[in-house]
Design a protein around this ligand. Structure first.
Ligand SMILES: O=C(O)CCC(=O)C(=O)O
Ligand SMILES: [Fe+2]
Length: 280
């Protein structure tokens, strides 16, 4: 077996991909959570009417902001990325009314998935809950609309560096030792592009160091990614994608006229054998 001692070439990690149309099943979600499936794409997982209503609520939302951390895009909600726990949980509490405003009185796909997963894990003796601290509790999701104009609308990155680098005051840091699942729920998609691309590579700490992205996991260069095969998920409003966020992924260039690309996003994973945390 190849071990990573820093001097090895970055390893190819095989992608296990499942794509189909229809309702999402709990067993499939758990297969991503356990690391058996790398990426699960469910087409038409929820109705386009619900998708349209959430998109309208995103556009009208008074809490919609421009990102100011070097990642081009707009968002509603809080991100733990580069924040200490006190700041993140306070930001989560402040953003809650705006996150709730995305859904109004809809029965929404994120809460539906959370509740169903919570029920099944509970039957298995495992607790699922939102991450929390004395400063507050995470929200169920945040909403994003990426606006990068280069080769990618969202540059290639991994979602684990930011979890590994979370301070000691974060209970969610323990999830970095297991699969960090990213849940992406698409409510609006452009006519062209905006694919979710995932590469056959799960960087190690030394891989990140070699690319100077050990604290951010963002962005990986085209040259670095060149040796790795990739898979593109072509998405439509109403689709759900769950991926192992440890694999490098990004969003391809999108048509700039017409519909925006809007998604709801959350992370979850095992912090301990009997505890799954969920955060944003
Ligand atoms: O927009 C997407 O499809 C992926 C989003 C993503 O990777 C992230 O928010 O970390
Ligand atoms: Fe990501």
């Amino acid at each position: 077996m190849v071990t990573d001692q820093g001097s090895h070439a970055p390893a190819v990690s095989p992608l296990v991909i499942e794509e189909r149309t229809g309702a999402i099943r709990i067993a499939e979600i758990i297969s991503v959570l356990k690391g058996d499936v790398t990426a699960l794409h469910i087409r038409r997982a929820f109705s386009t009417e619900v998708a349209e209503e959430i998109t309208t609520n995103f556009i009208r939302n008074a809490g919609r902001k421009e990102r100011k951390d070097g990642v081009p895009g707009e968002y509603i909600g809080a991100s733990h990325y580069s924040k200490d726990a006190a700041t993140y949980f306070a930001a989560s509490e402040n953003a809650r009314p705006f996150v709730d405003g995305l859904f109004g009185d809809l029965v929404d796909p994120v809460r539906g998935l959370f509740d169903a997963l919570k029920r099944e894990l509970h039957n298995q003796g495992i607790e699922l809950r939102l991450a929390r601290s004395e400063h507050g509790q995470a929200n169920i999701c945040r909403a994003f609309c990426w606006s990068g104009t280069g080769m990618y609308a969202l540059e290639p990155h991994d979602d684990v560096a930011q979890v590994l680098c979370a301070g000691n005051d974060y209970e969610l840091r323990a999830v970095a030792n297991n699969t960090v699942v990213a849940l992406n729920v698409y409510t609006s998609m452009p006519e062209e592009g905006g694919d979710l691309r995932i590469w056959s590579h799960k960087p190690t700490a030394s891989d990140r160091k070699s690319q100077s992205v050990e604290r951010t996991g963002y962005p990986y260069s085209t040259a670095y990614l060149e040796p790795f095969p990739s898979h593109d998920f072509q998405l439509k409003a109403g689709d759900i994608a769950l991926i192992d966020g440890g694999f490098i992924h990004g969003v391809t260039r999108q048509s700039s006229n017409g519909k925006r690309r809007v998604l709801l996003n959350s992370f979850f994973g095992f912090a301990r054998p009997h505890l799954v945390l969920w955060w944003t």
